[in-house]
Design a protein around this ligand. Structure first.
Ligand code: C5P
Length: 222
């Protein structure tokens, strides 16, 4: 039986990361956090002092970096060229730089096959912006998860507060709007729902409600 692929796309902060992890845990599926690959490319470029305007050099960074996801007792560690960068890639400025490198088609081309190689039995939950449209157009179940920008900013502030970081709601909202604009307006794989995706607005839904709707959809599709 072929592996089942479930794609969950949507803008920053819609809750995709948490939902994908829960869906993968419930089904015993593997997980692809494609945003981490763009974050890793941005971090590697920063470390190598590559200009964010030099598209070919950025693609070269994406092609040559060595990436490993290692399961540890405290979760999944992300290794870049052998070094644990799990925390470093989550910094706000790395996310912003990731959205710049993600707008370069050669970078997207360099990461395409790498992402497809994550498909493994019994199945994969793929988290991103173009999973259902470009990377896995034949996925069995596609979800497009959104929430209002204000609600996404509120959730991000809560997350940062809980981690003991100083936060500024207005700055985070600006950041979210800027990233949405860049992701939606770019020419290469812009953020858009696949025609056959289930569209879910989670603004007034709990994570558990979102999870149950997605699992019901998977059940219907299998
Ligand atoms: O999901 P996350 O915020 O970690 O992604 C970082 C950035 O990578 C996003 O803002 C987006 O610009 C880019 N990205 C993308 N395509 C994906 C996943 C992420 O363009 N499939």
């Amino acid at each position: 039986m072929p592996e089942t692929v479930i794609t969950i796309d949507g803008p920053s902060g819609a809750g995709k990361g948490t939902v994908c992890q829960l869906v993968a845990d419930r089904l015993g599926f593997h997980l692809l956090d494609s945003g981490a690959l763009y974050r890793l490319t941005a971090l590697a470029a920063e470390i190598q002092s590559v200009s964010f305007d030099d598209v070919e050099a950025l693609a070269d960074v994406a092609e040559t970096m060595s990436v490993k996801f290692e399961v540890t007792e405290s979760g999944v560690a992300t290794l870049l060229d052998g070094k644990d960068v799990s925390r470093a890639i989550r910094q706000e400025h790395v996310g912003m730089n990731a959205s710049k490198v993600a707008a370069c088609q050669p970078v997207r081309d360099a990461l395409l096959q790498f992402q497809r190689n994550f498909v493994q039995a019994p199945g994969l939950v793929a988290d991103g912006r173009d999973m259902g449209t470009t990377v896995f157009p034949g996925a069995a179940v596609k979800v497009f998860l959104t929430a209002s920008a204000e609600e996404r900013a509120r959730r991000r502030v809560l997350q940062l507060d809980q981690a003991g970081n100083a936060t500024d709601y207005d700055a985070i909202l600006l950041d979210i709007n800027e990233r949405d604009r860049r992701d939606m307006e770019r020419n290469s794989s812009p953020l858009v729902a696949a025609a056959d995706a289930l569209q879910l607005d989670s603004t007034e839904m709990s994570i558990d409600e979102v999870l149950e709707v997605i699992l019901a959809r998977v059940e219907e599709g299998s």
